[in-house]
Design a protein around this ligand. Structure first.
Ligand code: NAD
Ligand code: DAU
Length: 352
């Protein structure tokens, strides 16, 4: 196989860091370039174990800067892009939708343009893989699943921006013939998850005896997937999907928020040697998220049947492993919550 140079965007973030680690370790013949702006969500501490590997390099760059991105592509001459860089948090998108348009929509188009210019319409050797979310499909009622055929119906500014970026990627396939692939995944959990999201926020709050904010009645349903299973799915799809295709990624693992948090509280009581029931007392119902989608649930049959991927971990086991990781990595958590990992964080996290 020819040496492949892959630009992975957003590699300093939660999922991106797991994808980088997987590709750097599994494919020593590939050159992996992590392109990331290091916003509040980017943390190079996530990649300490791979930063000195010969087939890895980091470039600090903002995908909103079209000229810069074009010049990086010209210099690096990548064979492929795996695009994860994004503003990813729904609550932030409600406060500042434009930031989501700028990074998720315009940033994606800047990458597509740079790839188009560098690859000079000879797309047979190149691939643009766009990582997206199940939120583009909108919300389900109590039954049914999102398939690859489900019509897009995004509700939040975040999901609207991701839907738009998905459409642009497909448009570059349909209009210019670019080799593109899109995957839409359900909620991820695991190590290095930024503690603004439900699971790591709750672990951190329970550890510090702070209240656990549950939006509305806690009855919204999310479909949770171990982040390393997502990284493995991206690997399988990147290498095997036909051009222009889409795959949904999920593991049939639906939980209401309140049931999930009660399970987490039980695990935390055990790990912290607290009386059973101690952590549950921290649960506090707060004002609901505006436009809060009721339920997400992925039908992963296409991915399982065509490419043979299936999730490796049961949720209870994965959640316990996640708690163990956060308790063992106090330095990581303290650096993030104190803002020591980067100054920019001060400005961004404190308004949560
Ligand atoms: P994250 O917020 O943890 O990380 C995002 C990364 O992108 C950070 O390293 C950040 O520095 C970088 N970034 C942000 N803006 C940038 C810009 N303008 N230029 C360059 N880099 C920039 O996000 P995540 O949860 O790891 O999600 C990664 C991708 O996967 C996103 O595209 C997201 O929509 C998608 N996704 C996430 C989930 C989930 O459960 N977290 C599920 C499905 C899909
Ligand atoms: O479905 C995939 C999506 O999952 C990704 O595309 C997003 O990038 C990712 O952030 C995630 O979005 P959610 O909004 O589902 O994740 P979050 O952790 O913010 O919230 C999970 C559920 O918990 C949701 O129903 C809102 C609720 N919640 C969240 C927070 C932060 C609470 O009840 N309290 C909270 O404090």
């Amino acid at each position: 196989m020819n040496k492949k140079k892959i630009i992975i965007t957003g590699g300093a973030g939660f999922i991106g860091s797991h994808v980088i680690r997987r590709f750097v370790n599994q494919y020593p013949d590939y050159q992996i370039v992590n392109l990331d702006a290091l916003t509040y969500a980017g943390n190079l501490e996530n990649l300490e174990d791979v930063e000195s590997k010969e087939n890895y390099k980091f470039i600090k760059a903002d995908i909103r800067d079209a000229e810069l991105i074009e010049s990086i592509f010209e210099t690096e001459q990548p064979d492929a892009v795996i695009h994860l860089a994004a503003e990813s948090h729904v609550d932030r998108s409600i406060k500042d939708p434009l930031a989501f348009v700028q990074t998720n929509v315009i940033g994606t188009v800047n990458l597509l343009n740079a790839a188009k210019k560098t690859w000079k319409s000879d797309y047979s050797k190149y691939r643009f893989y766009h990582v997206s979310t199940d939120e583009v499909y909108g919300a389900l009622g109590e039954t049914g699943f999102f398939t690859e055929e489900t019509a897009y119906n995004p509700h939040s500014p975040y999901s609207a921006s991701k839907a738009s970026s998905d459409h642009f990627v497909r448009a570059y396939h349909d209009t210019y013939g670019m080799d593109t692939v899109v995957s839409n995944c359900s909620n991820n959990y695991g190590a290095n998850h930024f503690p603004e999201k439900l699971i790591p926020l709750s672990i951190n709050n329970i550890k510090n005896n702070k209240s656990i904010p549950i939006y509305g009645k806690g009855l919204n349903v999310r479909d949770w997937l171990w982040v390393e299973d997502h990284a493995r799915a991206i690997d399988v799809i990147f290498h095997n999907a036909k051009t222009g295709t889409t795959y949904n990624i999920g593991g049939h693992n639906e939980w209401t928020n309140i049931d999930l948090i009660k399970l987490l509280c039980k695990i935390m009581d055990k790990k912290l040697d607290r009386e059973p029931g101690t952590s549950e007392k921290l649960i506090t119902y707060v004002e609901d998220r505006a436009g809060h989608d009721l339920r997400y649930a992925i039908d992963p049959n296409k991915l399982q049947n065509e490419l043979g991927w299936k999730p490796s971990l049961q949720f209870e086991e994965g959640l316990e492993k996640t708690v163990d990781w956060y308790l063992a990595n106090e330095k990581w958590l303290n650096n993030v919550t104190s803002g020591n990992y980067q100054q920019y964080y001060e400005l961004q996290y404190k308004d949560k």
